[in-house]
Design a protein around this ligand. Sequence first.
Ligand code: GAP
Length: 539
Amino acid sequence: MEPRTVLTLIGFCVPRRAEKSRLGTFFSGSGKETTVPANSMEELVSLCKRRGFIFQGSEIYGGLQGFYDYGPLGVELKNNLKAAWWRTNVYERDDMEGLDASIIMHRQVLRHSGHEATFSDPMVDNRKTKKRYRLDHLVKDQKADVVAKVAEGIGESVENFPAVVAALVANPARASEALIAAGVRDPFSGEVGDWTEPKPFNMMFRTTIGPTADEDSFGYLRPETAQGIFTNFKNVVDSTSRRLPFGIAQIGKAFRNEITPRNFIFRVRELEQMEIEFFCAPGTDEEWHQHWLEARLSWWEAQGVPREKIQILDVPKEDLAHYSKRTYDLMYDYPTLGYEEIEGIANRSDYDLGSHTKAQGELGLVAKVEENLDSIAKLTIPHPETNKPVVPFVIEPSAGVDRAMLAVLSEAFTKETLENGSERIVLKLRPHLAPIKVAVIPLARNREEITTVARRIKADLQKLGLGRVLYEDSGNIGKAYRRHDEVGTPYCVTVDFDTVGKGEDATLTDTVTVRDRDTLAQERVRISELANWMRERLR
Ligand code: GAP
C-alpha cells in the first residue's frame, strides 16, 4: 500500500519550400543542436495548464485541493494510455477478462477487506495554526538536523526513517514531545508548531445512500478498484467458465481522503487506477509474481518510460500492506520529487477472497483473516491439478493512471535549441499516446480551393480510427507547428497551392507536405497514399 519510503532498491521550423519536382523527403536532418529533458515539475505543470492537459478542480471557486480536471488534450492522452494498458493486459493475453464495477460499495465490502480497520495514515495537528499534516510527510520535509533530532527524541536511528515513523506512531505522547523539542516547523506558518499526539485518520470517503441518513445506510467510495474484482470473482468465473490461472482487469476511479494531497497529480484525492487481480493456484504465486514484474516493466518501456528510470523496491516486511505477502514497488524518477511509487505489484496471497468468503474455516486459508458471517458466497475454484475447491492466491499489478500521466509527460517533455538558436519545446510522446495524431493545416485559410481539400483530408484520416485528427487553421503555420510540437502531435499535414495545382510545379498537384515532429523532416506525400502512410506510422 502506498506510500512508503525507499529502503531497499533492487524551434520550431517554418516550412521550407518543396524542392521542385521531387516527391519524398526534401528536408531531412533535425536542425537541432541540444536536447534537454524536463527537469522540474513546474515546467510540466505550466505546460499542462497552458496547453489544456490538466486544470485544478473547481478552479473558478478557488480550487479544491487534491482534485484535478483533465482538459481537451489531457482526456485524449489519458484515454490513449488506458487503451494501451487494456490492449496489452486484456486483448493481447489469453488469460484475462475485463470488468467495470461500481464505485460506491457496500460497507461490509470495505469492512471485510480490512480497510475500515487499517486504511489510515497517522496525522498530527498544530494547535497554533489548526493545520493538520500527515506525520511522515511533515517530518520528512523538515531540515536534516530537525529530522535527526526527532529520531533521537523517539530513540531511533535517523538512517531508518520508516522505523522513526513507526516509533512515533507507537508512542503518541512521546512523539508529540519529540516533534516540539526538535523544533518541527509548520509548513503553513514556517514557525515551530505545538504538535498534538499522532492519531490514525481513515482515508475512506463515506457517503449516505438513499433518503434516510441513518448509521446503517452509508457506503464507501472505493479506495482501490481491486475490491470490485474480488466481490465479482464468482460472477466472472460462473459466466466465463475460467479455470486457474486467469486474471481480471479493471480501470476506474478510486478515492482517498489524503491528509496532504500534493505535488500536482502525484497525490490526489480522486485518482484512477489500472488494476489486475491475477488468480493462481497456491504454490505458483511466486513464479507469477516474477512474471508480472517483468511484464509490467516491459509495458512501461513501451509507453516511453525506460527501464533505467525505474527502481524496484522489495518492500520491507514491516512496511507491507495488511493483505500483502510480498510487494514490489516500481519507483519512477519523477522530476523534482525523485524516486516515488508509480505502481505496486503485490502478492496478496489468499487474503482477499479468503476474507470475503463464507465458510472460511473449511478452506485451509494461509492468510490470517477476520471471521466473516456476512458473506453469502463461497469464493473457491477447482484446483487445476486436484480439482478440489481452493481459494486462489492473487498477484496484483496496480498502477495509478495519474502518476502514469505524469511519468509519460515528463519523459516526453524535451527542450531543444535549434541550429538557428531558437528554442522549441516538444512532447516526444509515443505516437499511440499522442492526444492529436495529425494536424491538417491549410496554408491559406481564406482560399476555398485549399480549405476544401484540407477538410476532406481531415475527414478521411479521421475515419481511419487512429485517434484524433485536427483541422488546424487557427494561426500562421509557424505558430501551428510550435503548438503541435508542444502538445506532441506526431505529424502535421500542410495543404498548399501546389496541392491544388496552383503552385509553380504541376507535378506536386494532389500531394501534401507531411512534417515529422521529432526529426523536423518534411516529406511530400501523395494524397492517395496518405492513409497508408499514416497507418504504418501511427499504429
Ligand atoms: N489495490 C492496491 C493499491 O491500491 P496502492 O499502492 O495503494 O495499492 C496503487 O495504490 C497505485 O495507485 C500506486 O502505485 C499509485 O500509482 C496510485 N495511487 C495511490 N494513491 C494515490 C494518490 N493519492 N494519488 C495518485 N495516485 C495514487
